[in-house]
Design a protein around this ligand. Sequence first.
Ligand SMILES: NC(=O)c1ccc[n+]([C@@H]2O[C@H](COP(=O)([O-])OP(=O)(O)OC[C@H]3O[C@@H](n4cnc5c(N)ncnc54)[C@H](OP(=O)(O)O)[C@@H]3O)[C@@H](O)[C@H]2O)c1
Length: 322
Amino acid sequence: MDYVRLGNTGLQVSPLIIGCMSFGDPHRGPHPWTLDEDASRPLIRQAIEAGITTFDTANVYSAGSSEEIVGRALRDFGRREELVIATKVHGRMHDGPNGAGLSRKAILNEIDASLRRLGTDHVDLYQIHRWDPLTPIEETIEALHDVVKAGKTRYVGASSMSAWQFSKAHYLARMAGLTTFVSMQNHYNLLNREEEREMLPLCADLGVGVLPWSPLARGRLTRDWDVETARSQTDEFGKTLYREGDRAIVDQVAAIARERGVPRAQVALAWVLANPVVTAPIIGATRPEHIDDAVAALDLHLGEDEHARLESAYEPHEPAGF
Ligand SMILES: NC(=O)c1ccc[n+]([C@@H]2O[C@H](COP(=O)([O-])OP(=O)(O)OC[C@H]3O[C@@H](n4cnc5c(N)ncnc54)[C@H](OP(=O)(O)O)[C@@H]3O)[C@@H](O)[C@H]2O)c1
């Protein structure tokens, strides 16, 4: 596997990142479709054996149990010095005041809680999961800088927000001589390309790595529009992201996959991987073949005509996933 630099940093990440939202106690948190620990561990091991070194989780995934499961599996199957462990902060972790958001208090509490659950003394990438309108961004970036200086994370990144917000945060940190953001984890796939307008050009200009989430549109790009799975039936957030008009794009993916004789997931992922602004997509795997397909997609190069066909049915969307 050819490892890639995360934006302008010297950090090498694998060209595929394992999304650990798939792993978690289905009875904790709002994702009843997740794989429990016994079902998750073989997939984490398979990914490591395939050369994938980079794993993305969040404090909020399955109420912390994703971090617990992933931490134990990475300790058992991986080599810490090679692994890149990314987690996130912002979501609600407890009722009452200071249970969510990006205040100094929340960030300093939550990094310690994530490290405890992951069973490591540092993460490699600590990401703000969303923008917090209730906390001055200056407070957030100073707290993140302190997390870096305390050795609890190597780098800081951000996730879905407006381009103006990310630009403001980035330049405020730079002007103050504080740690700047090295990555943007955002929603980007064939069904939602709105990030091409502002965020992707901004990241290219800043030299920030781009780590798209839901590159397969949460599975929609991998099967006929009307087919449902255990996840699609209970993925409440996922239900808000796509719409009937996207069906024509799913049909194009199916047609090209048929012509090529490969699974649809490979075609949809190859399209994301072909964008030079993209550093590494964060894939969601719930079966072994999902990892195999993702690895195979690294070697699938679509032609210009195939790109044009995949992109021709796209219609502008309302911003989604913020
Ligand atoms: N920062 C954020 O706000 C944010 C938001 C969302 C996700 N994320 C991150 O991104 C990661 C990935 O998100 P995602 O799970 O939505 O990504 P995704 O890769 O778009 O969707 C994964 C789903 O697609 C289906 N699938 C995957 N590979 C397949 C294959 N080869 N053949 C057939 N079906 C396949 C499976 O659906 P079924 O299980 O239904 O079969 C799987 O659960 C998460 O784990 C998380 O780390 C971050």
